[in-house]
Design a protein. Structure first.
Length: 461
């Protein structure tokens, strides 16, 4: 059997295909902000509802602030938040774990709980007809989670095992080292629960913490889907009527300054690759230059067509997927740069990353680079908010920083107006090597000398 190539099929004439040039890309258009109805319930719970009747489903998010007040309480807050989020669905005053799970499943819902340094987050999706039931069950959990002693003890042991296993992973070690370098005594430096603190937790401690910290004031309920906003507000008012507590503003420590000089080297004997982690301060979503910094980040390392990928992956073959991004937390924003490389090329990879940072800080980007990053930023935002789930998660994240749905329109307009000069200005301020901290986790015996030729080496803090 023989096959014919495309040139054989056309007798070698490719002039037709050569004339069929690709049309120019359509410019990304700024979308409209979703029409969101906001209401504060009598108990102080902020509620945000968006009607999005694409499918007969509803996405629900409940965000409850849970920050550590200071560095002294960070270890306890992180440990308790982790174990609470894993134990909250073990039952309530009215239902045991099995009945709670069955009642959620009966309306097609699967409730999940997660925790981080800023908050507890409840998430679920449910058929439109089951929303009232889900809100009632969610209210039951936040008002009367039972934390049965035997189940909590078993989950505490499992959590300890997961933490111990995570601490053997180089990426986790690298993230912890960078956080300690950037945040020092700030609670954000506590990226993983402390094993010794977790081991000492009891069910009674979780019940007490729940009573003290799981309050409606400062919390936000986000509902997106095939609903009528006024109906949802009535349902939520009824469901959460018994969830009460004194108004108390969560205290949030500002991010500290850090010393960017030198490379922190975390020794991992026998490692065949190094984890390069770089980070520094960034502006938050409220700042007028946030859009420019986002585009600068994309051009540098924020997507596959970035300069960092071109250098480390395509040109040098050091790594498969280097990446940079802006992390927006309640206390402030940071820019983070990651690359995992072979031990033998660690210093070269750090040097090339610094080189690309220097190019961003000292020389203007091209118009093509800016336009490509702009299209990507607008396109990914449109995709991330096109679904009910994506929009619900985005609005919840914005609410955590005190921003409304209108920010989405303002941000798109800002992105559309960013100039080359804007990108260079923010790059000079936030992407300069002199304003960023560098951390490397790797085999010191293999990388110490070469890294030391780049900058002074620091011991992990």
């Amino acid at each position: 059997m023989t096959t014919e190539t495309s040139s054989e099929l056309t007798n070698g004439d490719t002039s037709e295909s050569a004339d069929m040039a690709l049309p120019p890309l359509i410019e990304a258009r700024a979308g409209r902000a979703p029409r969101a109805v906001s209401a504060t319930l009598p108990n102080g719970l902020d509620t945000l509802v968006v009607r999005r009747p694409t499918v007969p489903m509803v996405e629900v998010r409940l965000r409850i602030p849970l920050p550590a007040a200071n560095s002294a309480t960070a270890a306890a807050t992180t440990a308790r938040g982790s174990l609470m989020s894993a134990s909250m669905l073990f039952g309530t005053a009215q239902r045991n774990q099995e009945r709670l799970a069955n009642d959620l499943a009966a309306v097609g819902a699967d409730l999940s709980v997660s925790a981080d340094a800023d908050r507890l987050l409840f998430s679920t999706a449910v058929l439109r007809t089951g929303l009232s039931t889900v809100l009632g069950l969610l209210a039951e959990v936040v008002t009367s989670a039972s934390y049965p002693s035997a189940e909590v003890a078993a989950e505490r042991d499992r959590l300890g095992q997961r933490i111990a296993m995570a601490l053997t992973q180089p990426a986790v070690v690298a993230r912890m080292a960078r956080s300690r370098r950037l945040f020092g005594d700030h609670p954000y430096a506590q990226t993983m629960p402390d094993l010794s603190v977790v081991a000492g937790l009891e069910a009674a401690t979780l019940r007490r913490t729940h009573r003290d910290r799981v309050r409606p004031y400062g919390a936000t309920l986000v509902v997106v889907g095939d609903v009528q906003p006024a109906t949802v507000v009535r349902q939520a008012t009824s469901a959460f009527a018994d969830w009460v507590g004194p108004a108390r503003k969560s205290r949030m420590m500002p991010l500290p300054d850090f010393d960017p000089v030198g490379i922190t080297l975390v020794d991992r004997p026998g490692a065949v690759q190094s984890n390069v982690r770089i980070g520094g301060g960034a502006v938050g979503r409220r700042d007028p230059v946030y859009a420019a910094l986002q585009l600068a980040n994309l051009i540098f390392g924020g997507y596959f067509s970035s300069r960092l990928t071109e250098n480390l992956r395509e040109r040098n073959g050091f790594t498969y997927s280097p990446h940079s991004g802006i992390d927006n937390s309640a206390a402030g924003s940071t820019i983070l740069i990651d690359a995992d490389v072979a031990s033998a090329v660690t210093a070269r990879a750090v040097h090339e990353t610094w080189y690309e940072l220097g190019r961003m800080a000292l020389a203007p980007v091209t118009q093509d680079e800016l336009d490509s990053a702009r299209r990507y930023a607008l396109g990914t935002l449109a995709l991330s908010t096109a679904t009910q789930a994506g929009l619900a998660s985005t609005l919840t994240s914005l609410a955590g920083q005190g921003l409304s749905a209108s920010w989405l329109t303002d941000y798109q307009k800002a992105v559309a107006g960013v100039t080359i000069a804007d990108v260079q200005a923010v790059s000079h301020r936030y992407l300069s090597v002199s304003s960023l901290a560098t951390v490397v986790v790797g085999d010191a015996a293999l990388v110490e000398n070469s890294l030391g030729s780049l900058a002074a080496l620091r011991k992990p803090g």
